[in-house]
Ligand binder design. Sequence first.
Ligand SMILES: Nc1ncnc2c1ncn2[C@@H]1O[C@H](COP(=O)(O)OP(=O)(O)OP(=O)(O)O)[C@@H](O)[C@H]1O
Length: 289
Amino acid sequence: MEAARPAPSAQPAPARTPMLEVRGFSKSYGGRPAVRDVSLAVMPRRIFGFVGPNGAGKTTLIRAIVGAQDFDAGDIRIAGMSVRRRPVECKQLTAYVPDNPDVYGFLTGAQYLSYLADLFEVPADLRAERIRRYGDLLGMTGRLGELTSGYSHGMRQKLVLMGALVHEPKLLVLDEPFVGLDPQASYNLKQIMADLTARGSAIFFSSHVLEVVEKLCDEVAIIRDGAIVRSGPTAEVCGDAGLEEVFLDLAREGEGGKGREEKEGEGEGAAEGKAPAARGARRRGGRHA
Ligand SMILES: Nc1ncnc2c1ncn2[C@@H]1O[C@H](COP(=O)(O)OP(=O)(O)OP(=O)(O)O)[C@@H](O)[C@H]1O
């Protein structure tokens, strides 16, 4: 039975500890606020969708979660450990796939994956099995001997995904992971995400493709102008409307127009960023690939 190796100095988190917890996060650039007082939590085995218009602050928070950027206020904890106080242990548990993946062009795909597996001390038998499994699922097995400088955008995306998966992260952070993937790879990635969470990991996932977010995510948060304006279980956030409609409504409110809820007099929960309970009745049979 395959098991993710715990980071050497990281203690196993108690069962109810969120895999990712953001508390009161704020970040400004040159005195201009980009993200204000954002709090959210992602439990193990959950896929959390983070959506918002261009410039809303998604990448700013994501880069801070993965330790690529400092922040002004608040805290970010991964498996209970602060990214500021225990940055190395947090990185050992985390993998990040950015929306525009960059890989060393002078390496072959196989060399890139070996390099990452070495960094994360993945034993030889496990790395071989994972590289074969994910290479087959993403249609990359036959191309791993080639230099990455000759890869297409979609192939680079797949290779970076494989590099993230080779160490079976406890927290997988994905920024627009489906952009550039062919339909078969997209389908298989959804299955890979479901399998990873079934083994106890959590996924924090940002995308503009709202249908996919709605279908895949257990919980969703919508950020607008640097603040969370709606969050909760996907079924409650979407209500009877669907995520796209809720999202567009909130965007219109942000532009000073009237959203559908406001017109219907049902928007009491919006100010606190909660899903309107009265519309949370829509049943969903759980997420699926
Ligand atoms: N390095 C930076 N220097 C100055 N301002 C920045 C920097 N990075 C982001 N910003 C600003 O912070 C705000 C949030 O940007 P961010 O990239 O986090 O948004 P986003 O939600 O990821 O957008 P998109 O969906 O377009 O990727 C924007 O107003 C942006 O102009």
